[in-house]
Design a binder for this molecule. Structure first.
Ligand code: NAP
Ligand code: MG
Length: 400
């Protein structure tokens, strides 16, 4: 069989621990035999990040700006324990945070739906994609414990020195206070990423805030979305036959539970944090969730939503068998290949990605799966495979 030829390289960001092991198996068994794979390789494994003072992460993000499409393996975000384990020079920041800051993107997370793994919510027939704003609000807050009576005010001092004050509360006793902020530019980027992704994936877009209570803060989010939509996207949405729908956050939650899925749900930072865990657990498993960072400039970075699966890796190092789910990592690769094919006008890449997705899902639907799925499946007589066996089973299906 002739291999599919690529034009532009994908930015390949390798990672850590068990997912690094899966990464190589996926390339060797599922990609290299079929594609003349062109990538520009960046090793974001913690050792290399430490060795390069994390410059490698910045280089990888810049390469994504150059080529437009990246695929990323899960990486360790260092904490105190990792400092000792890897003898780190510094507690390097989360690579995802660094990349997101450089690409100015929004993260979209979507469950991978397959026969045999049913969502707990009976009426959910199609995936719900969550778009979480990744800047500001309570994640960049300033807080104070108020020890006793006194006044708390918000003060804005303009560059020319004029002041604008607003009373938060005249405390008669002790209490707490919190200041949060967001930026017009960041909210506009968020809105553009959401509208662009809705067009890309041909799905309706929902957005919700608490604008009835927060008449300036949340209302600004609502207004910016409305304005960007009217000016830049309304016609495109009409042409594509999709809709933009705004409602209150509590109404959105109620509708999501009663709906059948198949839309994108854009959330403010905190709502997205909370709701993405709810949606992913309700759909079955974190190992069946894809994640893509979409920048308003049209750069894409695909990855799995889960981490490096550290516990499995330690077992692997001891020579024990692991049954680690590679589905989300496979889908990260197919997402990136499909987008590359689309941008370069190589339909064969997209067709290959579709076939690999289908081979992966058919393997599970036939009852061959890793342990995490075997524990929650509604299928009977399942065959539990180890990490390598599952990938080989997918390869067999793909070749057929
Ligand atoms: P994790 O790697 O997502 O794993 C947590 C647990 O979830 C695992 O121990 C495993 O449960 C289960 N699990 C997750 N993915 C699985 C898969 N593909 N197949 C089977 N089971 C899976 O989270 P973590 O242990 O909290 O974090 C480990 C490292 O990953 C940390 O250093 C963290 O910084 C990093 N991390 C990276 C990213 C990223 O790069 N995007 C995201 C999150 C975390 P059992 O052990 O019960 O089988
Ligand atoms: Mg969370």
């Amino acid at each position: 069989m002739e291999k599919i030829i690529m034009k532009t390289p994908l930015v390949e960001m390798d990672g850590d621990e068990m997912t690094r092991i899966l990464w190589k198996m996926i390339k060797d068994e599922l990609l290299l035999p079929f594609i003349d794979l062109k990538t520009e390789y960046y090793d974001l494994g913690l050792e290399k990040r430490n060795e390069t003072d994390d410059q490698i992460t910045v280089d990888a993000a810049n390469a994504t700006k150059k080529y437009g499409v990246a695929v990323k393996c899960a990486t360790i975000t260092p904490n105190a324990a990792r400092m000792d384990e890897y003898h780190l020079k510094e507690m390097w920041k989360s690579p995802n945070g660094t990349i997101r800051a450089l690409l100015d993107g929004t993260v979209f997370r979507a469950p991978i739906v397959v026969k045999g793994i049913e969502p707990c919510v009976k009426n959910w027939k199609k995936p719900i994609t969550l778009a979480r704003h990744a800047y500001g609000d309570v994640y960049k807050n300033v807080e104070m414990v108020i020890p006793g009576p006194g006044k708390v005010e918000l003060v804005y001092t303009a560059e020319d020195g004029t002041e604008n004050r607003s009373l938060v509360h005249d405390f008669k006793g002790s209490g707490v206070v919190q200041g949060v902020h967001n930026l017009t530019a960041s909210i506009e980027s968020f809105a553009r990423s959401c509208f662009t992704y809705a067009l890309d994936t041909h799905q309706d877009l929902w957005f919700a805030t608490k604008d009835t209570i927060s008449k300036q803060y949340d209302h600004t989010f609502k207004d910016i979305f409305e304005e960007v939509f009217e000016k830049e996207y309304k016609e495109k949405f009409e042409k594509a036959g999709i809709t933009y729908f705004y409602t209150l956050i509590d109404d959105a939650v109620a509708r999501v539970m009663k709906g059948e899925g198949g839309f994108i749900w854009a959330c403010k930072n905190y709502d997205g944090d909370v709701m993405s865990d709810m949606v992913s657990s309700a759909f079955g498993s974190l190992a069946m969730m894809t994640s893509v960072l979409v920048s308003p400039h049209g750069y894409y970075e695909y990855e799995a939503a889960h981490g490096t699966v550290q516990r499995h890796y330690y077992r692997h190092l001891k020579g024990e068998e692991t049954s680690t789910n590679s589905v989300a990592t496979i889908f990260a690769w197919t997402g990136a290949l499909r987008k590359r094919g689309e941008l370069d006008g190589i339909p064969a890449l997209g067709e290959f990605a579709d076939k690999l997705d289908k081979a992966t899902l058919d393997t599970i639907a036939e009852g061959k799966m890793t342990k995490d799925l075997a524990m929650i499946t509604s299928l009977e007589n399942v065959q539990v495979l180890n990490s390598r066996e599952f990938i080989l089973a997918v390869r067999e299906k793909l070749e057929k």
